[in-house]
Ligand binder design. Sequence first.
Ligand SMILES: NC(=O)c1ccc[n+]([C@@H]2O[C@H](COP(=O)([O-])OP(=O)(O)OC[C@H]3O[C@@H](n4cnc5c(N)ncnc54)[C@H](OP(=O)(O)O)[C@@H]3O)[C@@H](O)[C@H]2O)c1
Length: 229
Amino acid sequence: MSTQPAALIIGASRGLGLALAEEYLSRGWHVVATTRRPSESLNDLEKRFGACLEIEQVDVVDLDAVQALHRRQQGRILDVLFVNAGICKANALTPLQVSEKDYLDMLLTNALSPMRVIEIFHDNVKHNGVLAVMSSELGSITQSTGFWELYSSSKAALNMLMKSFHARHAHDSRALLLVAPGWVRTDMGTQSASLEVSESIPLVVDVVARNAGKPGLRFTDRHGAELPW
Ligand SMILES: NC(=O)c1ccc[n+]([C@@H]2O[C@H](COP(=O)([O-])OP(=O)(O)OC[C@H]3O[C@@H](n4cnc5c(N)ncnc54)[C@H](OP(=O)(O)O)[C@@H]3O)[C@@H](O)[C@H]2O)c1
């Protein structure tokens, strides 16, 4: 039996998800990484890391596709499940200005769909493993300044759903993490962000590692400091 630890990363075509895949591979893990459409960057990782990387295609909002992925991965035992996929639409708009479609897309992609992945793949994660979702500092209601209010509300909704999942699995031995990676230079974070990807993702992976074997739900930043809800 292989002793190589395994991670499933949902939404790994670019940005933070791609960097998560690369970081786990560099640390010797087996990685199943998903994209919505073929990703040249992931294909490049496959050339570097060979069979340690499996690429799967799934749109996280397509429940049938997520269930099909689960069937294809039947029997897979994971040390880490990391749901990273997310979108930011209409970040500068207010509730009166945003199109209903854009707002619903954000809720669906950032809150409901990640939680469906958690529900569906929960049992694939080892009892001392970690289920993590990429949240955001902006998902904290306590700390909100009103910045990117619509996007922030989708991450607050994600946090609430994760808290409810935890309440339904109160005696589960796995760790549940909502991770805030900092403001990072990606397509979403923009070039104005304060951190390079390399200043965030290795720390995020360290935080996940430190939480293995520690049951309970935590809303944490990349350093492991708990954030106010
Ligand atoms: N960058 C930041 O400063 C920052 C801060 C806090 C939290 N976050 C969170 O971190 C995560 C990654 O953000 P990022 O900065 O790397 O953004 P990004 O560069 O825009 O990348 C977003 C990723 O999510 C994937 N994705 C979006 N919708 C999807 C769907 N329906 N199904 C599957 N995959 C989907 C994208 O895939 P495609 O290539 O197919 O579009 C892409 O891989 C998000 O959850 C974001 O909210 C980012």
